[in-house]
Design a binder for this molecule. Structure first.
Ligand code: HGY
Ligand code: MN
Ligand code: MN
Length: 406
């Protein structure tokens, strides 16, 4: 069994729950995954560093002193019911690619660092790609550390804790210079499988906006308040969610999801007085997101008039679509040719740390197929042979990028 397959099986045991894998940022399971990464990297004497958010780097030295490093990686955290490949594959494959360069005595001018970015999923602390956003200067480090989870614990407190915090024996990282960034990831969509192709070169990462929507009404006795006199916050939230669904469906290549909802007082015989829900709207076309957002606002006004409800819409994140670097994509294309493989261009509907690194360095991504296009589910699957081809493509792309980047 290849190293990448074996290691992913091992990593999948860390944070395994009854229904999938749960490794939220700065929890014992996610910290254990970071420790696991350190053990593997230390076995090859890669120099380890971490930054204040828990981003973790394992460096294989290059030959040109002072050259900025090429970073290669992804994330170890998962959604609460995650599968074994989203993020984990890109981190494990980065280490395997460095080892492949070692075993082939392949020197690179640039140092190459395998990276595990902290908090990509944005599930526990409300900001996606948190570690890579801070690294790329998209969010101030202090603002990131001040984010709080649903229990009111700040990221700073979580990272200072023994059970989920920074690793004791890993020195601090200095600086954020990057020559280029490469990320290998499972596609999490159906295109490669449908086309019967093993490798995809990502063209762009979809734009994304995340909101917290609060609908306030009036509670009352479920048995005595006539329907016409109700200001039912949950019914209002349902109207808004369905209006957003209709608006997204009407747009090309646009999706919208209300993935999380909390109702107060959340009692079966009390009319809901408050409903708070998340909204995630994405598209490769920014104007399409605008259209869905205006449908959201129109629907909020409508439920105010019709149901006497008050709605507040908080925009938590707003990301433009991010094109991948054309020259680095060409590098990947040449590398894939050199290993006798074929690739197609494919957009990414999912968000990735690469969209942050693209703000500070030439950045590109490689996909391998997801069985049934499924991800963010426990039965997420990619064939072992495809995982292995991805590592070969990544190692060849590192060598090719090393010749091209400054
Ligand atoms: O939500 C996403 O697209 C990513 O998996 N965090
Ligand atoms: Mn991911
Ligand atoms: Mn994900």
């Amino acid at each position: 069994m290849s190293a990448v397959v074996e290691r992913l099986r091992e990593l999948a045991q860390i944070g395994r729950q009854e229904y999938g894998i749960d490794r939220a940022l700065a929890t014992p399971a996610e910290r254990a995954a970071r420790k696991w990464f350190v053990t593997l990297a230390r076995a090859r004497n890669y120099a380890l560093t971490q930054d204040p958010l828990g981003n973790l780097f394992a460096r294989r030295d290059g030959t040109r002193a002072g050259a900025p490093p090429i970073l290669v990686g992804s994330h170890l955290d998962t959604v609460p019911t995650g599968g074994p490949y989203d993020g984990a594959y890109g981190v494990v494959a980065a280490l395997c690619a460095l080892e492949m360069l070692d075993d082939r005595n392949a020197q690179t001018e640039h140092s190459v660092e395998a990276v595990a970015w902290a908090g990509e999923e944005g599930g526990r602390f409300p900001f996606g790609c948190l570690g890579s956003s801070a690294f790329a200067g998209i969010i101030e480090m202090q603002r990131a550390l001040a984010l709080v989870d649903s229990e009111g614990t700040s990221l700073a407190q979580a990272l200072a804790s023994k059970e989920g915090g920074l690793l004791d024996d890993v020195p601090a990282r200095n600086g954020t210079r990057v020559a280029a960034y490469l990320e290998l990831h499972v596609e999490q969509g159906p295109v490669l499988e449908a086309e019967g192709v093993v490798l995809g070169i990502v063209t762009a990462i979809a734009g994304q906006r995340r909101y917290r929507v609060t609908v306030k009404g009036e509670s009352g006795h479920a048995g005595t308040v006539p329907m016409a006199q109700r200001s039912d916050a949950l019914c209002g939230a349902a109207d808004i969610i369905l209006a957003v669904e209709r608006a997204a469906t009407a747009q090309e290549k646009t999706v919208a999801t209300a993935g999380r909802i909390a109702v107060e007082p959340n009692a079966p015989n009390v009319i809901p007085m408050r409903a708070v829900f998340s909204l995630d709207i994405r598209s490769t076309v920014d104007a399409a997101i605008d259209a869905v957002e205006s449908a959201l606002r129109d629907s909020a006004a409508d439920v105010h008039a019709r149901r006497r409800l008050h709605t507040s819409i908080e925009r938590l994140e707003s990301r433009q679509p991010v094109p991948m670097d054309p020259k680095l994509r060409d590098c990947i294309g040449r590398a894939i040719d050199s290993i006798g493989q074929r690739a197609i261009n494919v957009p990414s509907g999912a968000g990735h740390d690469a969209r942050c690194l693209a703000q500070i360095a030439p950045t590109a991504m490689i996909f391998v197929p997801s069985v049934g296009g499924r991800s963010h589910v426990p039965d997420e699957e990619t064939k072992p042979e495809d995982l292995e081809v991805g590592v070969e493509a990544l190692a060849a792309s590192i060598a090719e990028a090393d010749k091209f980047v400054v």
